[in-house]
Design a protein around this ligand. Structure first.
Ligand SMILES: C[S@@+](CC[C@H](N)C(=O)[O-])C[C@H]1O[C@@H](n2cnc3c(N)ncnc32)[C@H](O)[C@@H]1O
Length: 270
């Protein structure tokens, strides 16, 4: 029946991402869904899961969600274990910097996988500037206060806890993932940006090539999304992927240019 068609495996409408995350792909779900539909009995592997917009939107039975960011994955694992945030939360600059300092103390003490770190991570994500997750050269979280007018904090995530029981989370470089030949891979790496200056932890061109070659070896279905730069298009075309072009959401750049970015969906074995 049509009204039940969109319910997820625990009987709810698709859940929204829990966090703000740069490069979130909720807008892409309607484009990925028809490609995924015939394979929806397979395990979905998201090597770059970020805010989970696609995994939450596709309603898979089984998921392996990975991201190299250990704080993000600790948060999801704590939600899977039934996280209830008991930390007092309020949209205050003073409290933000106090919690940011405490979060960095936990990182220094090697306690970044704790429940307390997950609670702080949630608060910092909601309250910090644009939901960014950035670290300085010393490995300290250094995102400034966000200055939002109002923030809706959530303390319990029971629908996500139920859903995540069938999901597995990991935090490794994508190439270390234990992927089975029958898995369906949806890969959404950091965008290729052709003329960026050097930054310490960037996903560099070598990583884009390493990813494309890794995806090309997968015997099961694969979807890759990225910015349609000339070199990305050429890379995936040469590896025999089929390409589809889309207009991304409108973005306002620093010079006021509202041109939407052109995106590419590269597919194989679909
Ligand atoms: C564009 S974002 C993914 C956004 C996600 N699709 C969403 O809808 O929210 C890319 C993600 O790749 C992760 N990442 C960067 N380098 C990685 C690597 N070598 N292996 C795995 N994940 C990586 C980043 O931490 C980031 O969360």
């Amino acid at each position: 029946m049509a009204e039940h068609a969109n319910l997820n495996v625990v009987g709810q409408a698709p859940l929204r991402p829990l966090l703000k995350w740069a490069g979130g792909k909720r807008w892409l779900v309607p484009h990925v869904e028809p490609l995924w539909e015939p394979y929806s009995h397979l395990r979905l592997v998201e090597p770059f899961c970020g805010g989970l917009a696609v995994a939450l939107g596709l309603n898979p039975q089984a998921v392996l969600a990975n991201d190299i960011n250990p704080h993000l994955i600790n948060f999801y694992n704590q939600v899977k274990a039934g996280l209830v945030v008991t930390l007092p939360m309020e949209n205050s600059e003073g409290l933000y910097y106090e919690y940011r300092q405490r979060f960095n103390e936990l990182i220094r003490a090697g306690k970044h996988n704790s429940k307390e770190a997950a609670e702080l991570f949630y608060f910092l994500n909601r309250t910090g500037y644009n939901g960014l997750c950035r670290f300085n050269g010393k490995g300290e979280f250094n995102v400034p206060f966000g200055r939002y007018k109002a923030i809706k904090y959530v303390r319990e995530f029971p629908e996500y806890t139920d859903l995540f029981q069938g999901w597995q989370f990991s935090s490794v470089d994508f190439a270390q993932l234990d992927v089975k030949g029958t898995d369906f891979i949806y890969a959404d790496p950091p965008y290729d940006v052709e003329f960026t200056q050097y930054a310490k932890d960037d996903f560099k061109w070598d990583d884009q090539v390493r990813l494309a070659e890794w995806l090309a070896e997968h015997p099961g279905p694969v979807i890759l999304s990225n910015q349609a730069t000339e070199r990305i298009v050429e890379l995936y075309r040469e590896l025999g992927f089929e390409l589809q072009f889309l207009q991304g959401p409108r973005r306002i750049s620093c010079n006021g240019d509202r041109t939407p970015a052109r995106e590419v969906l590269a597919t194989r074995n679909i």
